[in-house]
Design a protein. Structure first.
Length: 464
């Protein structure tokens, strides 16, 4: 039975009735309803909400939350082969040690003249990312890859004065919808077909669709489905020949073994830094990055913050915003795009990760991921009725497994794999119905030979 006793919430500030009354007197208000006078009566709820009594004991509250959380199946006690834009990589302890420091964790964005420690940390992140991408300018991370791609597209539209962009049709559907929503009605989004055998962009279809209205061609490498687009230079050349720009989306952890997009003609590179030392956090820790050459036509179109270094007094340097006036922070009504909360904390974290790994570490990591994913494809393809990878292309980290000949749905296979303590791949039947009964699997450095062998054996038993 619900308690009628007036409860003073220990976790809600200013819950004590006397404190509330004092605050109302201070601002000259008779009662709390005066503050809501602008809200029409028909929109107000006057009854009691059907809520349980609050848990007042900190210990009891902790136990209650832990009980709820214990219902989850996590990647700590299960082996996960899920990917698709949020991947399980190893997070070095130093990444958490640094990003949990109070001056980084609790700060929001900082003021232009006072937050030099955080500004320097973000400048170092930008510098390390620029080296990895072989680009000059990198922004403070914003929401995620989808928003970074959408912003990159809007940037190319302003640079070229054109209002159409071509995208490869093999792209994460959620990302595609964000891009379409963000760009409508300023930029029209059109898709280019893929080769059904390789998954790569259909060059002839690209040539037939590109026009004098095309601001940019966007493709991802590695793609959402894991294959490496080997026609990158050709795609960029076709874009440039038609006065358009080339945008490439990339998982930065692949760049220890794959040449950066700037080497095959990309004008703008974007992606997500979640793979660089950021935990999955129920779907992300995500942070979108954008990188361009250090040219005014690109730099002045960034809507997000850029940090630079400059001399102050003799022998000392300061860190601060570059061309702050171009942002919506400076002049909201004149901003080319509105930028809200940024994922700056994950930028600092990625900077720590890159500094720890160094060029050699990133190369070794990339080789390890490629070797283990190749081994996984080999072991899975040995199972009767399964084909892996689906596409005849080189792959990095992720690959499509074809279950069409097994007579079982991916959903039922994944449900059975849970009994073996394994999270199977992402069911692609809704996103890409043309692939039939297929799943996207992800293998990273955290997957041992034993883990992969266990997956293969479990799949055999599930399909038996």
């Amino acid at each position: 039975m619900r308690s009628k006793k007036k409860i003073i919430h220990p976790y809600i500030p200013n819950s004590v009735p006397e404190v509330k009354e004092e605050m109302l007197r201070e601002i000259g208000v008779k009662d709390i309803d005066e503050l809501y006078a602008a809200i029409p009566e028909n929109l107000r709820f006057r009854g009691d909400m059907n809520l349980p009594d609050p848990i007042l004991s900190e210990y009891a509250l902790k136990r209650h939350v832990e009980k709820i959380l214990s219902k989850n199946k996590t990647c700590e006690e299960n082996i996960s082969f899920l990917g698709g834009g949020c991947w399980q990589h190893y997070v070095p302890a130093v990444c958490d040690e640094i990003n949990q420091r109070a001056e980084f964790l609790t700060a929001y964005a900082g003021e232009p003249y006072e937050d030099h420690g955080r500004f320097q940390a973000l400048f170092e992140y930008q510098s390390l990312m620029a080296e990895l991408l072989d680009m000059d300018a990198v922004n403070v991370p914003t929401y995620d890859w989808a928003q970074a791609a959408a912003t990159s597209i809007r940037m190319t539209s302003r640079i070229t004065g054109r209002d159409e962009v071509l995208l490869q049709d093999i792209i994460f559907k959620d990302r595609f919808l964000v891009i379409k929503n963000y760009c409508t009605p300023v930029v029209k989004i059109k898709t280019v077909k893929h080769d059904p055998e390789t998954g790569m962009m259909d060059i002839e279809d690209l040539k037939s669709k590109i026009s004098s209205n095309t601001a940019a061609v966007y493709f991802e490498n590695p793609s959402y489905l894991g294959f490496i687009e080997t026609h990158g230079e050709n795609i960029s050349s076709i874009a440039h020949e038609n006065g358009a720009l080339s945008i490439v989306g990339v998982d930065p952890i692949s760049l220890g073994v794959i040449v950066p997009p700037s080497h095959y003609g990309a004008d703008i590179v974007c992606g997500d830094i979640q793979s660089l030392g950021v935990h999955m956090n129920c779907g992300g820790g995500l942070g979108g990055f954008i990188a361009t050459p250090d040219e005014e036509k690109f730099v002045m179109e960034y809507p997000s913050r850029l940090f630079g270094i400059t001399k102050t007094i003799e022998g000392e340097y300061g860190f601060g915003d570059v061309a702050y006036e171009r942002t919506s922070f400076a002049e909201r009504e004149k901003g080319k795009e509105f930028v809200g909360t940024m994922a700056a904390l994950w930028g600092i974290t990625a900077g720590v990760y890159l500094a720890l790994m160094g060029p050699k570490g990133m190369q070794e990591l990339g080789k390890t991921i490629m070797q283990r994913s190749q081994y996984a494809m080999k072991k899975i393809s040995e199972i009767d009725g399964i084909n892996a990878p689906f596409f005849k292309s080189p792959h990095f980290k992720e690959f499509v497994v074809d279950f069409n000949e097994t007579g079982k749905s991916v959903k039922s296979i994944n449900r059975s794999l849970l009994k073996y303590g394994i999270f199977g791949g992402i069911d692609l039947s809704r996103e890409f119905p043309e692939l039939g009964n297929s799943a996207l699997y992800c293998v990273t450095e955290i997957h041992t030979k034993e883990d992969i062998d266990r997956l293969a054996q479990s799949l055999r038993e599930v399909l038996r």
